[in-house]
Write a protein that binds this ligand. Structure first.
Ligand SMILES: Cc1cc2nc3c(=O)[nH]c(=O)nc-3n(C[C@H](O)[C@H](O)[C@H](O)COP(=O)(O)O)c2cc1C
Length: 178
């Protein structure tokens, strides 16, 4: 039963990287600011490796999340499937951060905008139209995180289902009181 829960999660992440409408396609990434406060934002799941339990996102090298992850590699992901009332919280550590020119070149121009603003993300501007882009420069970065823990919670009747898995116990897992 525990191993089938883990298997099901992996299958859903594999589906999410191909299916743009999958509820796990977008998820919440939490990082820790240098002064210790949490910061949350939505990101897109770009890749998932079920062997290494690693997750990939794309972002702008100059964004706050990158600065925070440089200081503290720990982060958390929150996935939520409203139809199944399923929540998964994954504790991760940043494994790799690389500027991958091949991927950046393959991205359509409209989407390149997400990584090519002249000013850094979060800079003040006078209007949304005043943003200028430099596509040749680009500040694209690929972040790869490795899972260390995973907590699964599915609300259902007659009994909710909560389970915790960790790399430390070789992902064997244990059930928890919901
Ligand atoms: C639907 C949606 C998807 C998003 N996907 C990404 C993404 O894949 N990568 C990213 O860097 N920001 C993405 N964002 C923007 C982030 O939520 C965030 O606002 C931005 O990255 C700046 O975050 P930071 O200043 O905390 O680094 C997305 C926002 C929304 C609403």
């Amino acid at each position: 039963m525990l191993s089938s829960i883990l298997k099901e999660c992996k299958e859903q992440w594999i589906k999410a990287k191909h299916n743009k409408k999958h509820p796990f396609r977008f998820f919440t990434l939490a990082t820790i600011a240098p002064e210790g406060s949490p910061n949350l934002r939505t990101v897109v799941l770009r890749d998932f490796d079920s062997e290494t339990l690693s997750f990939t996102i794309y972002t702008d090298l100059r964004s706050r999340k990158v600065m925070e992850l440089e200081q503290d590699k720990r982060a958390q992901f929150l996935f939520y499937d409203p139809k199944r009332m399923l929540q998964i919280v994954v504790g991760v550590s940043l494994m790799k951060s690389n500027k991958n020119d091949l991927i950046y070149k393959s991205i359509p121009e409209q989407s390149k905008k997400d990584y090519a603003a002249e000013k850094s993300p979060g800079s003040k501007i006078n209007s949304p139209e005043s943003v200028e882009y430099n596509f040749s420069k680009g500040h694209f970065v690929r972040l790869i995180f490795k899972a260390e823990t995973m907590e699964y919670l599915r609300l259902k009747r007659p009994t909710h289902l909560r389970a915790f898995f960790s790399l430390d116990d070789n992902w064997e897992g244990t059930f928890l009181v919901p």
